[in-house]
Design a protein around this ligand. Sequence first.
Ligand code: O7M
Length: 248
Amino acid sequence: MTQTVRVPKARQLVPRTRVIHALDVEDLDKALTIANAIEPYVDSIKLSYPLILAEGPQAIGAIKEAVKVPILTCFKVADIPEISHRIMKATLDAGADGVTLHGFVGRDTVRECIKVANEYNAQTLVIAEMSHPGAEEFMQPVGEKIAEMAKNLGATGIVAPATRPQRVKRYREIIGRETIIAAPGVGSQGGHVGDAILMGADYEIIGRSIYQAKDPAETAKQIQHQLRSRLEGKRPIPLIQYARHDAV
Ligand code: O7M
C-alpha cells in the first residue's frame, strides 16, 4: 500500500509592501479583525508568544485561513538540535509558513531547524542581532559571525535591528544580496520608517505602531505611503524575488 506523503504548501514571502506586521495581541478575535483589516498593507503577519500562549497553536491556522499572506511564527527557537527539531515540526504542522530562530545557539541547531523548514518549504529567519539596547551587550559582538553562518547554512534570511540602521548596512555587506534581512524596531522602539530598508533590509517588522493604533488599517496604509515616498525619494535598493529554502 502506498503511503500518503504530506505535500508542504508553505506560502512564500514576496517583497511587495516590505512590511511584516508583528500581531502581538492576546485575543484571537481581535487578531482576526486586525489581520483582515491590515492585510493589503503587509507582506506577512508574524505571530508570537502573546497570541499563541493565550489562544493555543490553533490560532496560527485560524489567522492563516483568514488571510492570504504568509504567516511567520516568532518563537525565536534556541534549544538543542533535537528539541529545536520538535519545536519546528510542531510549529510548521500548526500552519506556520516561516519561523524565527536564534543564531547564537550555534550551527548544529540552526542547521537542524533549516533542515526541518526545508521539508515544509518554509522560511527561516535567523536572529543575528536584536533591536533592543541590551542586544549591544552580548549579541552585537557575535552578530556578524551569526549572519555569515546563517547565510552559509542556507537560511532564508536574518533579523537585524532597525533601531541601528548602520548595523543593517553592515549585515548587508556581509551576507550579500541573496539572503534577506528583516528589521524590527520601527516605530515603538524608535526606528524610523524606511531607514532600515534604505540601508539594505528587505522588510521592516512593525508591531505596536499598527495594532495599538486607533485605526490599524489606516495606520498601516499611512506607513505604506511613508515608506513608498522615502524609497522613491532615495533610490531604493532594487526589489529581488527571494525564495531560498534549498541546500543546507
Ligand atoms: O514594533 P514593536 O516593537 O511593537 O514589535 C516588534 C516585534 O519584533 C515584536 O514582535 C518583537 O518580538 C519582534 N522583534 C524585536 O522587536 N526585536 C528583535 O530583535 C527581534 C524581533 C523579532 O521579531 O525576531 C524575529
